[in-house]
Design a protein around this ligand. Structure first.
Ligand code: COA
Length: 260
C-alpha cells in the first residue's frame, strides 16, 4: 500500500512506520492520522509483523504536534469531534494493539506527537529529543489522551507542571521521569529499537498480546486488571505457544513459538 504522508516498511518481523512530512516537522494532519490508522491496522493484521516501530522522518522531529493550521477556525463541537475522532482512530487504537509498539522519538515530540509516543507501549529517544504538551500556550488542552497518559507515566505533579508551563523536557529528563525507557544517539536510535524488538520476538506473541491486555486493563475505567490477568493467564494454558514453551524448557532447547 502506498501512502502520501507516511512510510511503512516490513523487514524480518518488524514493521517500521515513519511519519514523513519533514517540512512540517511531521505535524499530524487529518490525512496523516488516517494513513497511520491504516498502516497500524495492516501491521496488526499481518501475522508476520511481531513488533511495530513508529518514528519520524528527518533529523529534527518525531512529530511537532497536531497540524495547527487545520483547526484554527473550529467551533466547540468540531473541537470535541476532532479529539474524539483522533483518539478512536489513532491514539486509543495504537494503545490497544496486540502487537507491541515501540516509539522511537528522534526529535521534537510535542502535543499530538508526544501523545502518539505515549500511546505506544513504550518509548526510546535520541539525545536531541525534546518532549512536551504545549497546548495551553495556544489556548487549548491536550486532546489526544495527553492529560491521562502523561500522569500515568510520570506522575500527577510532574504532568501538571509540564502541561501548565507548556514546557519542554529533554531526553535525559524524560528518562529520569520514566517517560522514555532508554536514551541513545541519533544514529543508534533505530538500531536500539531493533535490538529491543529482537528480544521481544524471541517470546510468545500470543502471551505478549495477553500481557498487553492485562496491563492495559489496569488503566481502563470499570475494569479490574487483576481479574483480567486471571482470565488471560488461564487462556494461555490452551495455546500452542504454551505447549511449545513448556516442552522446549523441559527438553532444554530454545522454543520455536508457532504464535497460536
Ligand atoms: N502544526 C502545523 N505546522 C507545524 C507544526 C504544527 N504543530 N509544527 C511545526 N510546523 C511547521 C511550521 O509552521 C513550519 O512550516 P513553514 O516552514 O511552512 O512555515 C515548519 O513546520 C517548520 O517549523 P518551524 O517553527 O519553522 O521550526 P523551528 O525549528 O523554528 O521550531 C518548534 C520548532 C517545534 C519549536 C515549532 O515548530 C513549534 O513550536 N511548533 C508547534 C508545536 C506545538 O505547539 N504543538 C502542539 C500543537 S497542538
Amino acid at each position: 500500500m502506498s501512502y502520501e504522508n507516511i512510510l511503512s516498511h516490513f523487514d524480518n518481523g518488524i514493521t517500521t512506520i515513519t511519519i514523513n512530512r519533514p517540512s512540517k516537522l511531521n505535524a499530524l494532519n487529518r490525512s496523516t492520522i488516517k494513513e497511520l490508522h491504516e498502516a497500524f491496522k495492516k501491521a496488526e493484521e499481518e501475522r508476520e509483523t511481531k513488533v511495530i516501530i513508529v518514528t519520524g522522518s528527518g533529523e529534527k522531529a518525531f512529530v511537532a504536534g497536531a497540524d495547527i493550521s487545520e483547526f484554527a477556525d473550529y467551533s466547540v463541537s468540531q473541537g470535541e469531534q476532532l479529539a474524539a475522532h483522533g483518539q478512536a482512530l489513532l491514539f486509543d487504537f495504537v494503545a490497544h494493539l496486540y502487537t507491541p509498539v515501540i516509539a522511537a522519538i528522534n526529535g521534537f515530540a510535542l502535543g499530538g506527537g508526544l501523545e502518539l509516543a505515549m500511546a505506544a507501549h513504550f518509548r526510546v529517544a535520541s539525545d536531541n529529543a525534546k518532549m512536551g504538551l504545549p497546548e495551553v500556550s495556544l489556548g487549548v488542552i491536550p486532546g489526544y489522551g495527553g492529560t491521562q497518559r502523561l500522569p500515568q507515566l510520570v506522575g500527577k505533579g510532574r504532568a501538571m507542571e509540564l502541561v501548565m508551563t507548556a514546557g519542554m523536557i529533554d531526553a535525559n529528563k524524560a528518562l529520569e521521569f520514566g517517560l522514555v525507557n532508554h536514551v541513545t544517539t541519533q544514529e543508534e536510535l533505530l538500531p536500539l529499537a531493533h535490538k529491543i524488538a529482537g528480544k521481544i520476538m524471541r517470546n510468545s506473541s500470543v502471551a505478549i498480546a495477553a500481557a498487553i491486555n492485562a496491563i492495559n486493563a489496569g488503566y481502563e475505567e470499570g475494569e479490574n486488571g487483576f481479574d483480567t490477568e486471571i482470565i488471560e493467564f488461564g487462556k494461555c494454558f490452551g495455546t500452542a505457544d504454551f505447549q511449545e514453551g513448556i516442552n522446549a524448557f523441559l527438553a532444554k532447547r530454545k522454543p520455536e513459538f508457532p504464535g497460536l
